[in-house]
Design a protein around this ligand. Structure first.
Ligand code: ADP
Ligand code: MG
Length: 267
């Protein structure tokens, strides 16, 4: 069965898009079938996957507002070897338009169900706010991956996101959970980093990924070539880190599946 993860944090610049693109490419490297859904009107994940957002005729906007079928909007990232449901500036209008449509929080959920069986993983790149688009992502996914920088106000910002996740869990999506907290742009030489890391472990325990993504200039350069870092510079620390993250995510899932399949003992 496919697993759907939203990459979310209402703070901008924490590494959501970088994580979405590079985790998608890393999962493909382990032979998984992957769909990346770009849910940010900035279209950074689309461009970072080597898909020209201005040349896209039908995008996630058309899918969410019933103008097109999802199957007609999917494109292949030649660089990353995964599928992309692209986004561009049109998506800004969807936010408003969706308010007057039926099932406004479940629009993405409904369309992803139509293609989910074709993929092992679906990753949704969320915009930097807790708006209707992000709510759609949270209603459609099994878990949320939260990238964050270990800086002073990071934990404070998390509480609004956790509150929203808890609400969606109660009202819309009983399956929803925090899949993992990912430390990005990580610098272990900074003492604040270690302090925030310790607090994260205290709050979230084993939900904090062991893998940390280091600050790595190759990760910042790769998007301007429309390439995941695995294609741009396979040997870079950034590429290694995202491969490690994919490995950790797969292992967690296997362990989770094994735990689920243990039969309760009969008396
Ligand atoms: P978000 O999607 O949360 O707004 P991005 O993934 O776009 O964040 O990252 C913000 C900026 O930081 C981008 O310019 C990106 O290239 C850069 N960046 C992200 N992660 C790293 C990293 N680990 N090392 C260096 N630069 C990074
Ligand atoms: Mg982004």
């Amino acid at each position: 069965m496919s697993k759907i993860y939203a990459i979310a944090n209402q703070k901008g610049g924490v590494g959501k898009t970088t994580t979405c693109v590079n985790l998608a490419a890393s999962l493909v490297a382990t032979k998984k079938r992957v769909l990346l859904v770009d849910l940010d009107p900035q279209g950074n994940a689309t461009m970072g996957s080597g898909v020209d957002k201005s040349a896209v005729e039908e995008s996630v906007y058309d899918v969410l507002t019933d103008r097109a079928a999802i199957a007609d909007c999917l494109v292949v990232s030649e660089e990353g070897k995964y599928h992309v449901l692209p986004a561009n500036g049109d998506l800004t209008a969807a936010e408003v338009e969706m308010l007057s449509l039926a099932n406004k929080e479940r629009r993405l959920d409904t369309v992803l169900k139509q293609v989910a069986s074709q993929y092992d993983y679906i990753l949704i790149d969320c915009p930097p706010s807790l708006n209707m688009l992000t709510l759609n992502a949270l209603a459609a996914c099994h878990g949320v991956i939260i990238p964050m920088q270990c800086e002073y106000y990071a934990l404070e910002g998390l509480s609004a996101l956790i509150g929203t996740i808890n609400q969606i869990h109660e009202v819309l999506n009983p399956e929803l959970k925090i899949e993992g907290i990912l430390r990005t742009m990580y610098d272990p030489r900074n003492s604040l980093t270690n302090e925030v890391s310790a607090q994260l472990h205290e709050h979230f325990g084993d939900r904090v990924y062991r893998t940390c993504i280091p600050r790595n200039v190759r990760l910042a350069e790769a998007p301007s070539y429309g390439q995941p870092v695995l294609v741009y510079d396979r040997q870079s620390k950034g590429a290694m880190a995202y491969l490690a993250l994919a490995g950790e995510l797969l292992r967690r899932n296997e362990q989770g599946d094994a735990a689920d399949s243990i039969q309760p003992e009969t008396a």
